[in-house]
Design a protein around this ligand. Structure first.
Ligand code: ADP
Ligand code: MG
Length: 691
């Protein structure tokens, strides 16, 4: 039987059941067999009945001694099931399973039944209770061998499709499938485990070892599919004819000569890598990442000058208005002396996209700018580039897989450089930016002022304020970051106003300014400009300042309720200081009762300023879900594998996929036929996810 066989062809599945499956997106044999268990219960040996609280859930089997239903508070109901261990002894204590307002459970459970129960026990008034446990009624029928005395799969349940029902169904389909050979989807060199065996073992493992082996095979299969897509994309990109965007580097050299500092070794390496890309006829697709303050902008600008000297335009797209303006000013300052025209375009006035505000420096009417700086809106509103040779996309925290696709789909095939705000752990670049080449800035410029980071209780605010005032009096400038409590417009404005009044008073008579997301773009510019010139001493701000703002004289940052921010975000915020020669101070105020995890987060910041370490720690603390949620847009969905925890397998799958494409770029060889199908299937999945 072919894996793509629709379930409609299995006429023994009752129609209502098939409909239920369809509702959760399962329509084929393969869809059913890759509906993997969410967990397993080892029902060859149950846990002992718990005698107290436990952090870990327990799985026990027992007999229903009695049930009781109580009503309280009008329409509320509490249903208790007293469960006894089968071979109870003098010390055994019954377990109470408790449900609130669970009408359907009341109807299912009766005295005398045998139950398997899974949940977290809590001690409550001299008895042990599991509230709303997962449970299964053991029926001594012909099926008992399927559900008991084995490592039993628990599949995700939805209404009508209990784990028990799913288990039976999958068992039957596995039996059916076992009659015909299942084609391997992996090169045997990667993993030679037969897929049919792996599918059976992932659902009905005969041992923990078999389960591990099956999982490895199936995760590799998923990863391999994903990496085939990335490898295909890469092969496509390199086979596309592109233009050579490099002639000579005299402009860039003039820029470098005018700088008051030498480039770091890492910057030079990155520029050399980019230059080789620009000089080749293959379109560049490169990721530039590095720590906060490692000087990514200068690398980007150097690349842009190479393209300009070759006779092309170069564009930089920033994620926010403020940042676009800052890059613009910076470029203006550096490039005007070279006789280049720089222009700023933003989509701030979206409603008027036909007449984008075009501010050009040095452009006489009718002349095309050499360098364009804008927000990402540049991409979407058809900026009308005439000779775009290089596009730099400054992505900050957004993983812009879709934006890159968008740019390419516009018909222009410029070289593309993607910049990210913080370093990306290697474990993730393989997945997130798997189709890109990578340049890493792993070195900070010398003579950077040190940043001292200190975590303090909110109660120490007066001390912090005193310190802040001293620093301001010594000529420094400061950022005060307050957490955004509510995103709603009204509340935000109110919170901002209150915060601002408070800080103005605390820091009087130092001139302060307020900056947050709801301030109109022109006003924001004016505020930033005054701060840059040093007329404003302290900027009271939300995280709008997080992205790339560069004011070297600002050397103190105070972050209120620091525990509310993410680790990477705090690191990025802190990166706003320590940019000049002054010693800098970052004070993280935290409320007294923060959870262990939050104080761990703040402690990491106190201890290290290495963005690569912090990125790894962030990944560890936050877990994959959060990060991959955004990251996976535009990538095939993963049902089983975890690109972070299983990154070693991701690496193996990646090597295998890229090797395959290296040897057979079209996958035209007969022995690669099945991989061509895998690729097509995975792509279909990806498309269904994007739309
Ligand atoms: P990021 O990598 O965080 O985007 P930027 O590109 O904003 O960092 O650079 C941070 C600051 O460091 C800027 O003020 C920039 O002019 C400066 N800078 C860049 N390269 C060097 C260098 N090689 N030596 C000293 N300062 C540098
Ligand atoms: Mg930057």
């Amino acid at each position: 039987m072919h894996p793509a066989t629709p379930l409609t062809e299995l006429d023994w599945i009752p129609v209502p059941r098939r409909r239920q499956l369809e509702r959760v997106g399962i329509t084929t044999v393969d869809g059913l067999l890759t509906h993997f268990p969410k967990r397993y219960e080892d029902r060859t040996r149950f846990d002992h009945f718990p005698t107290g609280d436990s952090d870990q859930p327990v799985c026990v089997c027992g007999l229903v001694k009695k049930t009781s239903l109580r009503r309280f508070g009008g329409r509320q109901k509490m249903f208790d099931v007293v469960l006894e261990e089968e071979n109870s002894h003098a010390l055994s204590q019954p377990l109470i399973c408790r449900w609130f307002n669970a009408h359907w459970v009341e109807k299912m459970i009766v005295t005398g039944q045998r139950l398997v129960v899974y949940g977290r026990p809590k001690h409550s008034k001299s008895s042990v209770v599991i509230a709303h446990p997962e449970f299964e009624i053991v029926e001594n029928d012909a099926e008992v061998s399927l559900h008991l005395n084995r490592i039993t799969p628990i599949h995700r349940a939805t209404e009508g499709l209990s784990p028990r029902v799913m288990r039976r169904l999958i068992w039957d389909v596995l039996e059916l499938v076992a009659k015909s050979p299942i084609h391997p989807l992996l090169p045997p060199t990667l993993d030679a485990t037969p897929r049919g065996w792996a599918l059976r073992q992932i659902h009905f493992p005969e041992s923990q070892e078999a389960l591990e082996k099956a999982r490895r095979h199936l995760v590799l299969t998923e990863f391999f599919g994903m990496q085939l897509c990335l490898a295909a994309k890469r092969a496509e990109q390199t086979s596309q004819p592109g233009a050579v965007h490099f002639v000579s580097d005299s402009l860039m050299k003039r820029l470098h000569a005018a700088l008051p500092f030498p480039l770091t070794g890492a910057q030079q390496r990155a520029i050399a890598e980019i230059r080789a890309d620009l000089a080749s006829t293959h379109p560049m697709n490169r990721l530039l990442h590095g720590d906060v303050g490692s000087g990514k902008t200068l690398v980007a600008l150097s690349a842009m000058l190479l393209a300009v000297e070759a006779g092309y335009q170069a564009a930089l797209m920033a994620p926010t208005q403020i940042l676009a303006e800052q890059h613009y000013l910076n470029f203006l300052h550096l490039c005007e002396p070279l006789g280049l025209r720089v222009s700023l375009r933003t989509g701030a006035r979206r409603e008027d996209s036909s007449a984008l505000p075009l501010i050009s420096a040095g452009a006489s009417p009718g002349e095309e700018p050499h360098l364009l700086v804008g927000t990402h809106a540049l991409l979407f509103e058809g900026a009308g580039f005439t000779r775009l040779g290089l596009a730099v996309i400054d992505e900050q925290h957004k993983f812009g897989v879709l934006q890159r696709a968008r740019l390419r789909s516009q018909g222009v095939a410029p070289d593309v450089l993607v910049m990210t705000a913080t370093p990306i752990p290697r474990t993730l670049t393989m997945t997130l930016y798997g189709d890109l080449d990578v340049s890493t800035l792993d070195e900070l410029p010398a003579h950077r002022g040190k940043i001292v980071t200190a975590v303090r209780d909110t109660a120490k605010l007066p001390d912090a304020v005193k310190f802040l005032r001293e620093q301001l009096e010594a000529g420094r400038q400061a950022y005060v970051v307050y957490p955004l409590i509510d995103e709603s417009e009204k509340l935000e404005a109110k919170a901002a106003a209150t915060e601002f009044a408070k800080w103005q008073e605390l820091l009087a008579p130092m001139p302060c300014a307020l900056l947050h997301g709801r301030i109109a773009p022109e006003e924001k510019d004016a505020i930033m400009e005054k701060f840059r010139r040093g007329e404003t001493k302290a900027l009271i701000a939300t995280t709008v300042i997080e992205v790339g703002i560069d004011v070297p004289n600002a050397s103190i940052m105070l972050i209120e309720n620091a525990e509310r921010f993410g680790l990477a975000q705090l690191h990025q915020l802190r990166g706003r200081i320590g940019r000049g020669r002054h010693k800098s101070y970052c004070i993280l105020l935290r409320s007294p009762k923060v959870e262990a995890e939050a104080s761990e987060k703040l402690r990491i910041l106190e201890e290290t300023s290495d963005g690569f370490d912090i990125a790894e720690a962030d990944l560890r603390l936050r877990g994959p879900g959060d990060i991959l949620g955004t990251a996976q847009s535009g990538l095939p969905p993963l049902k089983l594998g975890n690109p972070i925890a299983d990154h070693e397998w991701m690496r193996l799958a990646r090597n295998a996929a890229f090797l395959l494409f290296e040897r057979d770029p079209q996958l035209a060889q007969p022995e690669n036929e099945s991989f061509r199908r895998v690729l097509a299937e995975t792509r279909k999945l990806m498309l269904s996810q994007v739309s």
